[in-house]
Design a binder for this molecule. Structure first.
Ligand code: AVJ
Length: 312
């Protein structure tokens, strides 16, 4: 049994305001549903970042200013769909580099590696499975400069203070010349943001409710999925999309392997996810608080998203 997950379930579902972390969305089914989300027309984030990396790879390389071979270390590489464009450009222009994708999912890394070996046979790739920081630490001990990639607006899942802590840890594990390319979703017309998370076909709803299916399977719980719904809300003032699971009736759920029964009131919420949006000025502040300064913002043509290059 996965201990941290078990502890987090008990802690989260017995709290005054129930919560479960979105990091548990990504079992094999959840990862597949996330692929569906990335293909929805409403989910503009993927298209925007894909555009940036397709059209501005050369500008990004120029801004790196590495005059020697380097490593590209990608934190949470996933399926590597967006990164492909950057890698392809570098290989085609004969830039000397080594790609180090890191993910906690062995399955994701295996699929990504096979796909890249087929599509970019000249790419030098050294995949790693495991914890970001242990691998970062190992990598910072070699002489070769590194570009860290933290794409997809994954930073948006963290509350501001936690985001700062995480970014500080990146910073501490970087050498002076290393750089960070971080993907961040920008504040924009609130209707656009709302539609990306409250999609009409209910894919995001399935993504959230899959967490209950996962708990049923892994902990012998008896969540009745039809008795729960999904709600999300965007607050354009603070940039926070918050997602929730809603209990449609007063009900009890037994989680056998955790020896726990959880009572829900009708309309009670489980907070599942934060997807925070930033203004460019707020990104400056965030970078500063984590001891970085910003070298460039690379925006898509609609100005929906930025891949920002941060230096120590
Ligand atoms: C992968 C964390 C960036 O917050 O936009 C997509 C996950 N959640 N739809 C995001 C997600 C709902 C996504 N991140």
């Amino acid at each position: 049994m996965n201990n941290t997950f078990a502890k987090d379930i008990i802690k989260g579902l017995t709290a005054e305001n129930k919560h479960l972390s979105s990091k548990y969305f990504y079992d094999d089914n959840g990862s597949r549903i996330f692929q569906e989300i990335m293909q929805m027309p409403e989910y503009y984030l993927t298209d925007s970042e894909f555009e940036i990396l397709s059209l501005q790879s050369q500008q990004i390389v120029d801004a790196l200013d590495f005059n020697q071979p380097f490593n590209i270390i990608e934190l949470g590489a996933g399926d590597g769909f967006k990164t492909f464009k950057l890698l392809e450009h570098l290989v085609n222009t004969e830039v000397e580099f080594n790609y180090v994708p890191i993910d906690i999912s062995q399955e994701a890394i295996t699929i990504l590696t096979e796909k890249l070996k087929k599509r970019l046979p000249k790419l030098s790739i050294q995949p790693k499975v495991g914890d970001y920081f242990e691998i970062l630490k190992e990598e910072s001990e070699n002489e070769i400069p590194s570009l860290l990639l933290f794409l997809g607006s994954n930073v948006g899942n963290y509350l501001e203070d936690q985001a700062i802590d995480l970014l500080k840890l990146f910073n501490q594990n970087m050498n002076v010349n290393d750089k960070l390319l971080i993907g961040i979703d920008l504040k924009k017309n609130p209707i656009t943001v709302h539609n990306a998370y409250y999609d009409k076909l209910g894919v995001t709803k399935r993504f959230n409710l899959n967490l209950l299916i996962r708990i049923n399977r892994e902990f012998d719980a008896n969540f009745k999925i039809d008795d729960f719904d999904f709600y999300c809300h965007y607050n354009p003032l603070n940039g926070e999309v918050k997602s929730y699971i809603v209990s449609l009736k007063s009900q009890e759920v037994h989680i056998q392997k955790l020896d726990t029964t959880i009572a829900f009131e009708q309309n009670e919420l489980i907070w599942t996810e934060l997807s925070k949006k930033y203004a460019l000025s707020e990104i400056e502040v965030l970078a500063g608080q984590a001891n970085f300064s910003i070298k460039n913002h690379f925006l898509d043509c609609k100005h929906y998203f930025t891949d920002s290059l941060w230096v120590k």
